[in-house]
Design a binder for this molecule. Structure first.
Ligand SMILES: Cc1ncc(COP(=O)(O)O)c(C=O)c1O
Length: 349
């Protein structure tokens, strides 16, 4: 049976060119990265810093680890940080900011990841008041996963920077899918990242590496983050073997390939809209399509029925199902998905 795996862009596997790069490694090109001696990791970190437009970068095991070391490096235990209420750091990183960082979390509401700055201002603590913890970091997610891969535009990130500066906050950008934002807007990625003090992006999502993420920022920030990475078990020794995939992933050709995923997501979204069903198809900017049930349904029943029809997807709430396009999904898969999702929904709604 045909299976179309639309659960996440994390299910992607490396391209032939990536495998070639890994196969061409030899022992001279790997070393102990905890000692800074892995030439391939060093090359990846230099390349990543250049591409993302920051002084320095650090190869980390995952996006979750990258966000955590970014928070640890820019805050102190007992500080309060501002996270969007549906952000990955708040919802899906096992509360590490609180448990490991000793941080208080204050969530902000938003319109697709963008807060009202007036509302946000009310959340900032009074440093002069002896009773209050200091607010020290503001985090933004771009593209925003739970808001359907929505893009936050550079001028809005600039406003966030100004807000952060005014309130003496560090600005962290969870850019797990920041290249989707750049490709979606057709702007160089540093147009978006230049306003952030720290950026995390994933190699293992749309860029289709098997493992790894990058944290980037000033040299001072990265030297702190390197130490925290060690603390949380991210010292990976001969990690050049996995960093080699990333060197190919950061080539412009591979970054621009994300446009195919966006095109497929648009076709999927339009195809689902064209079927007359009691669902809302949320607008899609990039590679994530969210549908929302308008009737009271058992969502897991629908997910199971989709799985039986060969369409793999996750429900992200009791009403919403998320489909993610990625490397390995082609136009035929999309047409098949539209047809099968339509049949399953018609039968189950
Ligand atoms: C927005 C966002 N940030 C961070 C992460 C964490 O990445 P990882 O799964 O590599 O820990 C994800 C993963 O899905 C994500 O969607």
């Amino acid at each position: 049976m045909k299976i179309v795996d639309l659960r996440s862009d994390t299910v992607t596997k490396p391209s032939p060119e990536m495998w070639e790069a890994v196969k061409s490694l030899d022992n001279r090109m790997i070393g102990d990265d905890v000692e800074g001696e892995d030439p391939t990791v060093n090359e990846l970190e230099e390349k990543a810093a250049k591409v993302i437009g920051k002084e320095a970068a650090l190869f980390v095991t995952s996006g979750t680890q990258g966000n955590l070391v970014s928070l640890l490096s820019q805050t102190n235990p007992g500080d309060e940080i501002l996270l969007e209420e549906l952000s990955h750091i708040y919802k899906n990183e096992v509360g590490s900011a609180a448990r490991i960082g000793g941080l208080m979390i204050r969530t902000y509401t938003s319109n697709k990841g963008v807060p009202s700055f007036d509302q946000l201002q009310k959340l900032i603590r009074d440093r002069g008041d002896i009773h209050e913890p200091p607010s020290t970091l503001f985090s933004v997610e771009n593209t925003h996963n739970y808001h359907g891969g929505g893009i936050i535009r550079p001028e809005v990130i600039k406003d966030m920077k100004e807000f952060s500066h005014k309130n003496d906050l560090k600005l962290h950008l969870d850019g797990a899918r920041i290249f989707n934002a750049a490709v979606g807007l057709n702007v160089p990625v540093n147009e978006i990242t230049k306003y952030a003090d720290s950026v995390m992006f994933c190699l293992s999502k749309g860029l289709s590496c098997p493992v790894g993420s990058i944290v980037a920022g000033s040299k001072e920030f990265i030297s702190k983050a390197r130490k925290f990475r060690k603390m949380v078990g991210g010292g990976m020794r001969q990690a050049g073997i996995i960093a080699a995939f990333g060197l190919i992933a950061l080539e412009p050709k591979w970054i621009n390939r994300l446009a195919d995923d966006h095109k497929n997501a648009k076709i999927l979204s339009q195809g689902l809209k064209n079927i007359n069903l009691p669902i809302k198809v949320h607008p899609t900017d990039t590679n994530i399509v969210i549908i929302e049930m308008l009737e009271n349904v058992r969502i897991l029943k629908i997910i199971t029925a989709l799985n039986k029809a060969g369409i793999l997807a996750f429900n992200i709430s009791k009403e919403k199902i998320r489909f993610v396009t990625h490397y390995g999904i082609n136009a035929d898969d999309i047409n098949y998905s539209i047809e099968q999702i339509g049949l399953v929904l018609k039968k189950n709604l």
